[in-house]
Design a protein around this ligand. Structure first.
Ligand code: NI
Ligand code: MN
Length: 220
């Protein structure tokens, strides 16, 4: 089970059989580690309708035949009108997938589409559980993830649009994942942060944290 950071909030999960791409904002991101016309995927998870999360998902789905997984509102507003196969669930729901499962976890953030809600995902793949928080504020509900035994938490630290480093640390302490990886920083001027300072604070608090540069992978 390999997890690769492609920049901003984009990650690629690969269990050797299936490739799950999350929030592929590649074109227009100078820090992206892959090009939209070369990245492979079987499923594309999209947390909400803002441009830095939808990114190149339509084009990648068209080229690769990947199925998009998102909320029903986002599927109806963006993907189905574009002729893209989309699985539209809703908050709290879990979908069985060929590689495991995806649970749609709440996020507190604008959805980018009328009537919709932003979300995060708990993805079970290769016997591991990955929590991708999406764009979100800190919320007490994250404490519920402690019982999910999260292996890797992908948490935004950019501030301004999402949690900043301090709130991300509070989130981590509630979730108690085996490993935390910061995301959603330094892509824009408004979200400049030092991810290494965040990781150092996480370690001081007794948690494992790792900063991935775009293009870096870890094997779980
Ligand atoms: Ni957003
Ligand atoms: Mn964002």
């Amino acid at each position: 089970m390999k997890l690769t950071f492609l920049g901003h909030a984009c990650f690629l999960l690969d269990d050797g059989t299936h490739k799950v791409l999350i929030d592929p904002h590649l074109s227009g991101n100078p820090l992206a580690a892959a090009k939209a016309d070369e990245v492979e995927s079987d499923f594309i998870c999209v947390t909400h309708g803002h441009g830095d999360h939808i990114g190149d998902s339509v084009e990648i789905a068209r080229r690769t035949g990947a199925k998009v997984f998102c909320t029903v509102d986002l599927a109806g507003a963006v993907y189905r009108p574009a002729g893209i196969k989309a699985m539209g669930g809703n908050l709290g729901g879990t979908a069985a997938m060929p590689f495991g499962s995806i649970k749609i976890f709440p996020a507190i953030h604008g959805s980018g589409v009328a009537g919709g809600l932003a979300c995060g995902f708990v993805i079970e793949m290769g016997g591991k559980k990955i929590y991708h928080a999406g764009d979100t504020a800190l919320m007490a509900d994250m404490a519920l993830l402690d019982e999910e035994n999260i292996d890797v938490a992908l948490l935004p630290i950019g501030d301004f649009y999402t949690m900043g480093p301090r709130d991300a640390l509070r989130a981590m302490k509630m979730i108690r994942p085996a490993l935390t990886i910061p995301m959603h920083y330094n892509t824009f001027p408004a979200i400049q942060q030092d991810p290494h300072a965040f990781a150092a604070s996480a370690r001081e608090a007794g948690f494992a944290a790792e900063v991935l540069n775009p293009g870096d992978s870890i094997v779980l």
